[in-house]
Design a protein around this ligand. Structure first.
Ligand SMILES: Cc1cc2nc3c(=O)[nH]c(=O)nc-3n(C[C@H](O)[C@H](O)[C@H](O)COP(=O)(O)OP(=O)(O)OC[C@H]3O[C@@H](n4cnc5c(N)ncnc54)[C@H](O)[C@@H]3O)c2cc1C
Length: 392
């Protein structure tokens, strides 16, 4: 049965015609092109690269940009794209998030004209894939501690260090790598094939199996001087990209929650136990469904309002933290409740539930863990940062 949306409170009435059109276009494409292949791709641990040209054809990469022939969509339309993609698979949404929010956005916002002209059209057209290298083996939640360095040498920079858990790392034509130059974090564009730059895929991943996740290594890797992003320095560079991506995740997580809720609802209505009655007739099963739809609806309102604030230019990073933290948690809880509702069928890939359950574990951890966003909100309301353990 084709997916017709999850909308308990007529959220539809809040959307413009353009936003609905964008959502329905992506929804129809996910239904037709993603659903038939995604379980197998995830099972095989394969990123479905063949979908890239079609996503580019729909202008899903850099969709909020308005130059270089890009559609300049508003932020709610962008969020709805993320929602629909993640209803398909969190790995697919991750790919588009990285390409758009973590690679195209910083090149567009902080890059030179030459960098923009070189990369924005190629990334938008899907002829180049990008990745974002911030996390290191020893520095995840605290990226300020990073050890990767850049040293100026004549007209070029020499990079040394390693990055870990990088989405699309080993399939990317260009890596945006954050490294310390004289102790200050700067962004560098490193092209595939540059001497001293190598990538390795993380093996044994049980989550986001339909996405590529890699380590990046830099050994005296020399990049031309013009490959440094001129427009930003310090931690605010990567953090401003993460704000864009986390905004998309707040919407994307709703797509995951919708997928597991819908699977649980459909199953509960058709599965019969006890006097040939559907399990949906049991109060405990209804309680789960009522919880899921209530939390999804609250999450939709949160995402929609955040999108309105982003459109108005009033959204701040701590607002995004609340939405990312809440909506991913909702999706994680929905996946667990849906899995329970499907009984034994909840652990097989005939249904999408276990894949979403496994995927959401990564989403819960990346782009700022649930804990870190708790601390961001705590700091916003108290004015006191508590990221470091209390000192003696
Ligand atoms: C599939 C996948 C894809 C990813 N893609 C990318 C990517 O494209 N680019 C990129 O740069 N990174 C990427 N990441 C990395 C991701 O952003 C990090 O995993 C994340 O920031 C957490 O870092 P960590 O795993 O080192 O955990 P740690 O920072 O070691 O945290 C471990 C635990 O300690 C908790 N913790 C840490 N500090 C505190 C504190 N102050 N107070 C309370 N609790 C705390 C955390 O919440 C967590 O529960 C990806 C990760 C995954 C799993």
């Amino acid at each position: 049965m084709a997916f017709s949306g999850v909308d308990y409170l007529d959220i539809e009435s809040l959307l413009t015609e353009e936003q609905r059109l964008v959502r329905d276009t992506v929804r129809g494409w996910v239904e037709e092109k993603v659903m038939p292949i995604i379980e197998e791709a995830a099972w095989e641990g394969r990123f479905p690269k063949e979908l890239i040209p079609e996503m580019a054809g729909m202008s899903l990469f850099g969709a909020t940009l308005s130059d270089y022939g890009l559609p300049g969509l508003d932020n709610i339309a962008y969020g709805l794209i993320m929602q629909e993609l993640e209803r398909g698979d969190s790995g697919l949404r991750s790919f588009v998030s990285v390409q758009s929010a973590l690679v195209m956005y910083p090149i567009h916002a902080f890059g030179s004209t030459q960098q923009k002209d070189r990369w924005i059209p190629a990334l938008a057209g899907g002829t180049a894939i990008g990745c974002f290298g911030l996390t290191e083996p020893d520095f995840g939640s605290n990226p300020a501690g990073m050890r990767t360095t850049a040293r100026k040498d004549g007209g070029s920079y020499v990079l040394n260090g390693a990055k870990a858990w990088i989405t699309s790392g080993s399939i990317a034509e260009v890596a945006l790598v954050w490294a310390k130059l004289d102790g200050v974090i700067r962004g560098f564009l490193v092209e595939k094939g540059t001497k001293g730059f190598s990538t390795f895929e993380h093996k044994g991943k049980m989550s986001l199996r339909a996405a590529v996740t890699s380590q990046l290594a830099f050994e005296d890797c020399r990049v031309p001087g013009e490959n440094m992003l001129p427009g930003v320095s310090g931690l605010k560079g990567p953090l401003s990209c993460l704000t864009q991506a986390r905004y998309g995740i707040a919407w994307g997580a709703l797509g995951s929650a919708m997928a597991t809720y819908q699977a649980a609802l459909d199953y509960a209505k058709s599965r019969k136990q006890w006097r040939d009655r559907p399990i949906a007739a049991h109060q405990l099963v209804q309680e789960r469904l009522a919880w899921m739809i209530t939390e999804i609806t609250k999450g939709q309102l949160l995402a929609w309002h955040l999108g309105s604030m982003k459109n108005a230019g009033t959204m701040r990073p701590h607002h995004v933290s609340m939405a990312k933290r809440n909506n991913v948690w909702v999706a994680r809880e929905c996946a667990k409740l849906a899995r329970e509702t499907l009984g034994a069928n909840g652990v097989v890939n005939e249904y999408p539930v276990f894949r979403h359950l496994a995927n959401i574990e990564s989403v819960y951890t990346y782009e700022g863990t649930h804990d870190i966003h708790t601390l961001v909100i705590g700091e916003a309301v108290t004015g006191i940062p508590s990221y470091n353990p209390p000192m003696e």
